[in-house]
Design a protein around this ligand. Structure first.
Ligand SMILES: [Zn+2]
Length: 295
């Protein structure tokens, strides 16, 4: 679907609501508060009344679209533009395209990125590696610098990002405070199935993998070891090269505060690069993990 088709298909609020209702409920409207199915459409409104808990609700409750004054058509266009921009689109650009103010554009962008976060458990052969992003690209408030002890020019001026990639599967990125075992281990334990085979470089923070997982292949790059047959970290390393081009290309200044959300967007685009309709994927994901959004 191109942008013109999208606008024709969803010309107004009504058509967007119908589409979302169909997606979320099909033929059976369900109360998002009590899961009751005894409901009635409120006349002339996009709302439903629940006979079990007595509350009224719309299809937007508990989704990224909740409590927004912005038209759903603009939301849909925003999703389209964000998903379509291979190297990303800044909130400033988004605000110009949609004729909305900068803060609204940022909120939109942040919520859409939340829907992009993967919540899978990785399985099979999992490549793991870390990289550092930032330096001059990262915008950091003085307060954060003081708290974290960052000094311009030093390695600790950059922010570590952990990448875990399941062969033929999904990639998950996690922004770290510090690249050390104390932080990396719990993430691996939570997001990788213990029956998996881990492939990494010789970095000490992955050393526990031999015990914690089915097997661990450690490629000591210092000793010029890069693979053992199919066991290598070439996909994740290729991804880092791409990430660095994207970051430099579009986001000259990324705030550390938003870095995780930005990484989720980059990972989403990588994961769905061959998918025929990433727009619809976001809509589906918007209903997958409903929850209150603080902003
Ligand atoms: Zn109810």
């Amino acid at each position: 679907m191109d942008l013109i088709e999208l606008i024709k298909k969803y010309p107004n609020q009504e058509s967007c609501i119908r589409f979302l209702e169909e997606k979320r409920w099909g033929n059976e409207i369900k109360c998002p508060y009590c899961q009751g199915v005894k409901t009635k459409r409120v006349k002339n409104e996009h709302r439903h009344k629940c006979y079990i808990c007595n509350r009224s609700f719309s299809v937007l409750v508990g989704t990224i679209f909740e409590a927004t004054k912005l038209s759903l058509q603009k939301w849909f266009i925003a999703i389209y533009l964000i998903v379509d921009a291979k190297k990303g689109i800044s909130s400033l650009q988004l605000s110009r395209h949609l004729k909305i103010n900068k803060d609204t554009a940022l909120l939109l962008q942040r919520r859409i990125r939340k829907a992009m976060r993967e919540s899978h458990i990785l399985n099979g052969i999992v490549e793991i590696d870390e990289t550092y992003v930032g330096g001059s690209m990262i915008k950091m408030s003085k307060k954060i610098k003081d708290e974290k002890g960052y000094y311009p020019g030093g390695m600790n001026h950059k922010t570590p990002v952990l990448g875990m990639y399941q062969r033929e599967g999904k990639l998950i990125l996690n922004v770290l405070e510090k690249a050390w075992s104390k932080e990396i281990r719990p993430i691996m334990d939570m997001q990788i199935n213990p029956n998996s085979i881990i492939v990494s470089d010789g970095f000490g923070a992955y050393r526990h993998s031999k015990k914690a997982f089915a097997d661990h292949f450690s490629m000591n790059h210092n000793k010029h070891k890069y693979n053992e047959g199919i066991y290598n970290t070439s996909t994740i390393e290729g991804f880092w090269a791409m990430l660095k081009r994207a970051v430099i290309g579009t986001y000259h200044h990324i705030s550390v505060k938003y870095l995780q959300e930005y990484m989720d967007e980059i990972a989403f685009k990588f994961n769905y690069r061959k998918h025929p309709d990433p727009f619809e994927t976001i809509i589906n994901k918007a209903f997958e993990r409903p929850l209150p959004f603080a902003g």
